[in-house]
Design a protein around this ligand. Structure first.
Ligand code: ZN
Length: 181
């Protein structure tokens, strides 16, 4: 079972794994800060499992290009990242059956800090409790979950199987309702 560790313990582990890289997201992309569990990857994008999470099953979508603003990102790159985040959310709904998924592009406004980055990325986070609030999810003050390599591999395998299935339009509502005809 994933176990909860304190924020301090997590930060200590993260520093031991890769120090404090110039860009955390580029360092993840380049596999310089510990193992990367990639659900999906191509030349432009990486969809992976962050290894320090507030809720089990959290997925992150990362454009590989080092972009730190939406102006730099452009609509094509951000559109692709958003489409993958949508697919990831559908995958979480399929696999984890959460009460809700949060999608958020947060990141650091104060330069690179340990475990937060200026490099744009999207969090896809499953919520399991009716009383979960953004402040519970986006703060580490109550600790973070970590897991063993075997547990990460098991989750990764489940997600990789569900990933292609989560791209199809099964069960979705299209925008072309009666008013649009
Ligand atoms: Zn970067």
């Amino acid at each position: 079972m994933p176990r909860l560790i304190s924020r301090g313990e997590a930060l200590q582990q993260i520093r031991a794994e890769g120090g404090e890289p110039a860009c955390l997201m580029c360092a993840i992309r380049d596999r310089k800060v510990g193992p990367v569990y990639a659900v999906f990857e191509d030349a432009d994008m990486l969809v992976m499992l962050p290894r320090y999470v507030r809720r089990w099953g959290h997925v992150m979508v990362l454009p590989k290009k080092h972009v730190t603003s939406y102006t730099q990102a452009g609509p094509q790159l951000w559109g692709r990242a958003s489409a993958l985040a949508h697919q990831a959310a559908r995958m979480l709904e399929r696999v984890q059956q959460p009460k809700r998924c949060y999608l958020a592009s947060t990141g650091s406004s104060a330069g690179e800090l340990t475990q937060t980055s200026q490099h744009l990325h999207i969090h896809v986070i499953p919520l399991y409790r009716a009383d979960d609030k953004p402040r519970d999810i986006f703060s580490w003050s109550e600790g973070v979950y970590v897991a063993t390599p075997e547990e990460w591999q098991e989750l990764l395998q489940t997600y990789r199987e569900a990933w292609p299935l989560s791209a199809v339009d099964e069960g979705c509502t299209t925008s072309a309702g009666p008013a649009a005809r």
